[in-house]
Ligand binder design. Structure first.
Ligand code: C5P
Length: 225
């Protein structure tokens, strides 16, 4: 069984403006609907758990989408807290080995081939797997608006979502990071902290997370194409 978990409790402060970015529209639908639909359209995915902020007034109230259940829970102060809340609120037992796909609600352009490749990699590996892509640009370390150094980019990747892990293992890893007071910005970091080495699956560069108005314009173009 596979479930999707979508952290959607962020307020999108980096984007600016009054609407959390997952509710901004591209190609006629909120970003979160694109993200949910991409996951639920996969025949192996049974349903989705969405972590919302307690004062969310914009959630459309779906209890199902594409004929599959959409459950919700209250998220937390950091993205990782929201993911942990979502994992704990899933049906079944917190320690079970359901494969979970954690995906940003503000990442609307996930394509089926990437999801297929990710699921295949994660199912065969107890450390799990994530989508990502190698860095293409030259990297500069900056200070006071000047270049301090050029950093080698060999072996460096950008981490995307979905990130796929067994529910029990990921719950334990995120709980450990939280107990240690460490804020992890993706699920793989929590697994790495307990000594695991998740697989990297090279995905499409256009699986973008909407963070700025320029990203939203790009998402609009990609989803309309
Ligand atoms: O802010 P960032 O781009 O890292 O957010 C990625 C995802 O995590 C978004 O879908 C956002 O709604 C979610 N998030 C959350 N709970 C938080 C902060 C962010 O669910 N406390």
């Amino acid at each position: 069984m596979i479930w999707a978990v979508l952290p959607a409790a962020g307020r999108g402060q980096r984007f600016g403006g009054p609407i959390p970015k997952q509710y901004l529209h591209a190609a006629g639908k909120p970003l979160i609907e694109h993200a949910l639909a991409a996951l639920l359209a996969h025949p192996r995915v049974s349903g989705a758990m969405v972590a919302l902020s307690a004062d969310d007034a914009l959630w459309p109230g779906w209890s199902e989408l594409l004929g599959k259940p959409v459950l919700r829970c209250i998220g937390g102060g950091e993205r990782a807290d929201s993911v942990l809340a979502g994992l704990r609120a899933l049906p079944g037992h917190a320690g079970d080995d359901t494969l979970v796909l954690v995906h940003d609600a503000a990442r609307p352009n996930l394509r089926r081939a990437d999801l297929d490749a990710l699921i295949a990699a994660a199912e065969g590996d107890p450390a799990g797997a994530i989508l990502g892509a190698p860095l293409r640009d030259t990297l500069k370390r900056a200070g006071a608006g000047r270049i301090l150094a050029t950093e080698p980019r060999d072996g460096l990747w950008r981490a995307f979502t979905p990130q796929a892990f067994r529910r029990g293992a990921l719950t334990a890893a995120l709980a450990e990071a939280a107990a240690a007071g460490v804020v992890v910005t993706d699920e793989a970091s929590a697994m790495e902290r307990i000594g695991l080495r998740p697989r990297l699956v090279e995905g499409r560069e256009d699986n973008l997370k909407v963070t700025t108005p320029a990203d939203l314009a790009l998402a609009e173009y990609l989803l309309g194409a």
